[in-house]
Design a protein around this ligand. Structure first.
Ligand SMILES: [Zn+2]
Length: 205
């Protein structure tokens, strides 16, 4: 029992669950995240309306732990980002050269609608872009936070790493002044970055 109610609040919000070795493991069904003590270490389980993620954080095999196992999983519940929206973004980003450009792609869980959201830009230059986050409709979720690097190649900069602490897919498009723009995508999950399976790199637009 905790002797400080703040610990009770923290642990209730983000518990560590012992995965049953013999019984049935019940995955998270509501938005949030928690930690799983498993036979091989400590895992992160994370749920959003558009995403289910289960991944190992720390694995160890030296000490036997009396828990069960879970499977790695990245389930993009919303489906995938339509290529037409990416092409629309690339067109906008080319118009903004040599400055950077940014937009959100959102998914509405009630309607299934995926849309390209313009952002309220504060300032943009060849090396940075600042914007205010848009107010989303009820049931609408940020899925892909995409920005351009103008004429520079697509890569995630130190600034991008600082900006990508929430749960979203992040994308960068670069070399927009050439016939062969470059692209990088990653899944951001509370500070860890995972490569996106099946995303095209160096896609022409
Ligand atoms: Zn960047």
């Amino acid at each position: 029992m905790n002797n400080d109610p703040r610990d009770n609040a923290l642990q209730a919000a983000t518990p560590t669950v012992m995965v049953p070795r013999f019984g049935t493991f019940e995955p998270l069904t509501e938005p949030g995240h928690r930690f799983l003590a498993t036979a091989d270490g400590l895992w992160l389980e994370l749920k959003r309306a558009w995403l289910y993620l289960c991944m190992p954080l720390v694995c160890q095999y030296s000490v036997a732990m009396p828990y069960g196992r879970v499977e790695e999983s990245i389930d993009l519940i919303f489906g995938s980002v339509p290529s037409a929206l990416m092409e629309e973004f690339c067109g906008q980003a080319k118009d903004r050269l040599p400055n950077e450009h940014a937009a959100w792609i959102t998914w509405n869980e009630a309607t299934g609608h995926i849309r390209l959201r313009a952002l309220c830009e504060i300032s943009a230059a060849p090396g940075h872009i600042h914007f205010n986050r848009p107010v989303l409709d009820e049931g609408e979720h940020l899925v892909l936070d995409v920005h351009s690097h103008g004429t520079l190649p697509a890569f995630f900069s130190a600034t991008d790493n600082r900006d990508d602490g929430e749960v979203k897919i992040a994308g960068v498009i670069g070399n927009l002044d050439t016939p062969h723009p470059t692209a990088e995508f990653r899944l951001c999950a509370l500070g860890v970055f995972l490569p996106m399976p099946g995303t095209a790199k160096g896609k022409e637009s």
